[in-house]
Ligand binder design. Structure first.
Ligand SMILES: Cc1ncc(COP(=O)(O)O)c(C=O)c1O
Length: 392
């Protein structure tokens, strides 16, 4: 697969969990769309909305979504703000989230709770020691047993950023729904790693990133809202789409009110969104199953080689359903005294391996996340270089 990407000749890139590389065809398409637009930005702007709808119609089904319930954003942080700050919740209700969420998303929950004097309750995600013995059902029980009669919104990641643990959402969604609890899912890492079937899911609100595992251009993500749940959403921003509609907005998505109300606001660069079609083409030509199985094979190689070469304890469950695209290894204690950004820089400079460092429950983890442009030999080579760095 390497031939489809421009990989750095010296660097071994093992941080696709933050941002993946994109196929060359996608980079070319972003540039071509920008060039086209800049020939006449006035016409480009007018035509952009219908073109965006055409892209939306092609991309949404890839994630099992009705295009009218699906909307583009530059990242997941934006739709998560719209969901978490916008869902209508009764006074004195409780927002439930976990203690291992992505920090920015936890802050959105905190902001909502403080703004509206709601209670923010945090449940404890399993520790490294606990998760190793847990099954997917145990994890469902852990989440569901944290619901209280006051819980009205659950905010949870589908794949945890620090540990890579995958949460079995379907049952959690059904249990939440039966109790009248809205589910807001942070799916930052899911598109491109898990097969999504949003319309048939038990969830209310879902935000996904397209610039991670799905290999879309940087600055692409989406939101999806179940139709019945969308009516429970108070907009947090207003613009041309808010009152009496005019063209080109009035005819967007055949005039569908939810799709229009979910549109991106104001002027911006449309080229990353239009170039999503090049990423879709890449998935269609290479085959989703082939991409998924290559990724799994590289993950398994990394896990067994990391055990052999590094020997650091891994944050993982024995249940393969819960194994995500990111792999976190507990770092030796002495490194925890170094500022993590400095450590990432030092690692890059001395090993030419791009990795990430994350904290879970206050412990420092080396996070390695390969993708299809890596190969087994370079993964082994990266681990040997890392071993040398850590033993110096
Ligand atoms: C779990 C999780 N949520 C949210 C985000 C934020 O993503 P973005 O900056 O693209 O909005 C990230 C980014 O790494 C993440 O890992």
């Amino acid at each position: 697969m390497k031939k489809f990407f421009r990989t750095h000749p010296e660097l071994i890139y093992l941080n696709s969990g933050s941002h993946s590389l994109v196929p060359l065809s996608v980079i070319q398409e972003v540039k071509a769309e920008l060039d086209l637009y800049e020939q006449n930005p006035t016409a480009g702007m007018f035509q952009a909305w219908q073109k965006l709808w055409s892209v939306q119609k092609q991309i949404a089904p890839h994630f099992g979504a009705n295009p009218k319930n699906f909307f583009f954003r530059a990242n997941v942080t934006q739709p998560l703000n719209e969901f978490i700050l916008g869902v209508k919740l009764p006074p004195a209700s409780e927002i439930l989230t976990s203690d291992q969420e992505y920090g920015a998303v936890f802050n959105i929950c905190r902001f909502r709770a403080e703004r509206d004097s709601l209670n923010l309750k945090t449940f404890t995600m399993p520790s490294r020691q606990e998760i190793s013995e847990m099954t997917a059902d145990d994890l469902v029980d852990r989440v569901v047993s944290s619901f209280t009669p006051k819980t009205k919104m659950l905010v949870i990641s589908e794949i945890f950023t620090g540990s890579g643990v995958v949460v079995p959402l379907e049952k959690i969604g059904r249990e939440a729904r039966a109790r009248g609890i809205f589910t807001v899912i942070d799916g930052a890492h899911s598109p491109g790693f898990l097969k999504l079937d949003l319309e048939n899911s038990s969830l209310d609100f879902y935000a996904g990133n397209l610039h991670k595992w799905w290999m879309g251009p940087k600055g692409t993500g989406f939101g999806w809202a179940r139709r019945e749940s969308f009516t429970e959403l108070q907009p947090i921003q207003a613009g041309w789409i808010s009152y009496d509609l005019q063209e080109p907005f009035a005819s967007f998505a055949e005039g569908d009110p939810q799709a229009i109300r979910s549109l991106m606001l104001g002027c911006h660069d449309f080229s990353p969104f239009f170039a999503l079609l090049a990423t879709l083409k890449f998935w269609q030509e290479q085959g989703q199953n082939q991409i998924f199985s290559l990724k799994r094979a590289l993950d398994n190689h990394l896990i067994s080689e990391a055990e052999r070469i590094l020997g650091f304890p891994r944050f993982a469950s024995k249940d393969s359903q819960m194994q995500g695209p990111l792999h976190s290894f507990l770092m030796p204690e002495k490194f925890s005294k170094i500022v993590f950004t400095k450590l990432i820089e030092d690692l890059l400079e001395q090993t030419k391996v791009q990795c990430s460092i994350n904290f879970v429950n206050g412990e420092m983890y080396l996070r390695l996340s390969p993708h299809i442009y890596n190969n087994k030999d370079e993964i082994t080579e990266a681990l040997l270089r890392l071993k040398k760095f850590f033993t110096l």
